[in-house]
Ligand binder design. Sequence first.
Ligand SMILES: [Zn+2]
Ligand SMILES: [Zn+2]
Length: 114
Amino acid sequence: MTSVVYALMSEDGFVKVDGCDLCRAKKLTSWFHEDDVCWIAECEICEVPMVVWRWHGVAPPAEHVAHMRERLGEVATAQLGEHYVDGHMRNIPDHYHAHARPKGGFFGSDAKRR
Ligand SMILES: [Zn+2]
Ligand SMILES: [Zn+2]
């Protein structure tokens, strides 16, 4: 199960993994924010702002989570207005990220009906 190669480990024991799309942090879409803890970009699939932890794993420390929620909140308010944070990691379940989705889902109402 642990066939992953750790590409990088920080002093705190945080890791980045080779072959993980979120660790690679490719700029496929427009980026709204980046810092030492996280980056925020438009999700390729959902077309909403998505915050991604800089490090691989699903359990960031509480202060990182708080930081990410705050930054995502700022970006999402600017981009979407009213929104909620969707922490469900559908596509990449082993790397922490969260989507901000418009409240009421008016954005995706057509997609939902299909
Ligand atoms: Zn998405
Ligand atoms: Zn990763």
